[in-house]
Design a protein around this ligand. Structure first.
Ligand code: ZN
Length: 207
């Protein structure tokens, strides 16, 4: 039942820009509007909030600041989750303190009360979801849905699969799906091998 694509997707809005720097998909309100609509299905599913229509959401500066604060908290906790490995280099120099990150995440989740809700389709096992209730404004509902997705992931068994990719220029977090996986995707593995090869040659040239 656990689908952690939403919280990973939020973290991955910080990405490599293709030129050695870092780009931010949530650089302005229009970026957040596009991101929320793109992830509407996930935002309205299990962790959803009644009455929040993600596919009709339009972000403003307030929404942007709130979601960026939540993302900073998620990335700080991702950095803790991958220890003793180093965090993604994108923000390793300016991570929120863990206590503050927990506070941001927990208060966003607490802003919308939830009720248990039983799902049971024909031929499947029943399961409980915790749906948001009350009548929160859209920003509160959005942040609560994201925060609950993050809480579910960080408190669950898949947290142990989280890794930061340390291929040259990559800043992605990913879930390690098989024991020998070292990189977030094959192209990162190729770049890392090339870089290793070049380093070896430079060492030889220098000797
Ligand atoms: Zn990578």
């Amino acid at each position: 039942m656990a689908d952690h694509s939403l919280v990973l997707a939020l973290a991955l809005t910080v990405r490599h820009d293709g030129q050695g720097g870092v780009a931010d998909d949530l650089g302005g309100p229009e970026g957040l509007t596009a991101w929320v609509r793109e992830h509407a299905a996930a935002l309205e599913s299990d962790a959803g909030v009644d009455g929040f229509a993600a596919d009709a959401f339009t972000a403003d500066e307030e929404a942007l600041a709130a979601v960026r604060a939540l993302r900073a908290a998620v990335r700080a906790l991702f950095a803790r989750a991958v220890r003793p490995d180093p965090p993604s280099p994108a923000d390793a120099q300016r991570l929120l303190p863990v206590g503050m990150a927990l506070e941001v995440l927990n208060s966003a989740a607490a802003a919308v009360p939830t009720v248990p809700h039983l799902e049971w389709s024909e031929g499947r096992d029943p399961y409980a979801v915790h749906r948001g209730t009350g009548a929160p404004d859209a920003v509160t509902a959005l942040c609560a849905a994201l925060a609950r997705a993050a809480v579910g992931f960080l408190a669950g068994p898949d947290r142990e699969k989280l890794r930061a990719c340390h291929a040259p220029r990559c800043v992605r977090y990913f879930l390690k799906e098989h024991p020998r996986q070292e990189w977030c995707r094959p192209s990162c593995g190729n770049r890392a091998r090339v870089a290793r090869h070049q380093r070896r040659h430079q060492l030889h040239d220098g000797s």
